[in-house]
Write a protein that binds this ligand. Structure first.
Ligand SMILES: [Zn+2]
Ligand SMILES: [Zn+2]
Length: 273
């Protein structure tokens, strides 16, 4: 199994050291582990949204994080787990320049691009769930998908993470959303990014893998490569529902996944993970 999306204690809302994740991966059969903590957020955003300090590691810790993952890689070499140096970035326009500068400092293997903010609202934070009432859900989904497509086109990320995160609290519009899936799939294909089959949705109110089955079928139709991530926030969730992720990929017509090393994609047959 592979797992290209996990978070450590450094992001202040997850637990476990990089070494603990590697040991957990070894014991549950994850052979390739991407450690992908959140890239530090820029001071301007933290000034505007003080609660965002709990969404990512502080700016001064990025170097220590890279070193910690490097040491975990040494441990992985001894116990049969390949460790990839990853990072998850908030790919919203305001953060592009900041993210691009930080990404250039270290030899990342894989960069996940995510949208967690609509303007100043961290729409996936359970404490801010009341703000869904301020939105017409059709408008919210259109806005979210627009931001997600911009993130894919930004050139910063290799993989779009949890591509339909907007459904986390089961906030589906009443109307059909197939046109959003189709347009997003074509846009991701054009942008040359992959999509992640993220099993965290199964542990959230929506109770469904990101992306939804109909969306994943569109992504496969458009030729967007896929990878797998648990989005674990504790070592016990490494590789969570990995077999369900593979099943979702098969159901959508995929026969392979991609793994990134030094930001170069390598295809691996589904039967080999
Ligand atoms: Zn995320
Ligand atoms: Zn994440």
């Amino acid at each position: 199994m592979i797992d290209l999306h996990v978070h450590t204690w450094r992001c202040r809302h997850a637990e476990g050291t990089a070494d603990q994740y590697v040991r957990a991966a070894a014991s549950c059969g994850v052979r390739t582990l991407g450690i992908t903590d959140h890239l530090p957020l820029p001071p301007t955003l933290l000034d505007r949204i003080p609660s965002a300090r709990e969404y990512a590691m502080p700016l001064g810790e990025l170097g220590e994080y890279v070193e910690e993952v490097g040491r975990a890689g040494d441990l992985g070499n001894q116990i049969g787990v390949e460790v990839l140096l990853g990072i998850e970035i908030d790919a919203v326009p305001e953060l592009y320049a900041h993210a691009s500068e930080l990404l250039s400092r270290h030899p990342f293997d894989v960069v996940l691009g995510s949208v967690h903010f609509i303007d100043d609202w961290a729409f996936d934070d359970p404490e801010l769930i009341g703000r869904y009432e301020d939105w017409n859900l059709e408008d919210l989904w259109e806005r979210y998908f627009g931001e997600m497509i911009d993130a894919a086109r930004s050139g910063l990320a290799d993989v779009v993470a949890h591509a339909d995160l907007v459904k986390k609290f089961h906030s589906h519009p009443t109307g059909a959303v197939g046109h959003l899936y189709a347009f997003a799939a074509d846009s991701l294909a054009e942008a040359g990014v992959a999509v992640e089959v993220n099993t965290a949705g199964l542990r959230k109110p929506c109770g469904e893998i990101y992306p939804a089955p109909a969306f994943l079928r569109e992504l496969n139709r458009a030729g967007v490569p896929a990878t797998v991530g648990s989005d674990a926030h504790a070592p016990g969730d490494v590789g969570a529902a990995g077999r369900q992720a593979v099943q979702a990929l098969e159901d959508a017509g995929y026969q392979s996944v991609v793994i990134y090393r030094k930001r170069v994609a390598e295809e691996v047959a589904l039967s080999d993970i």
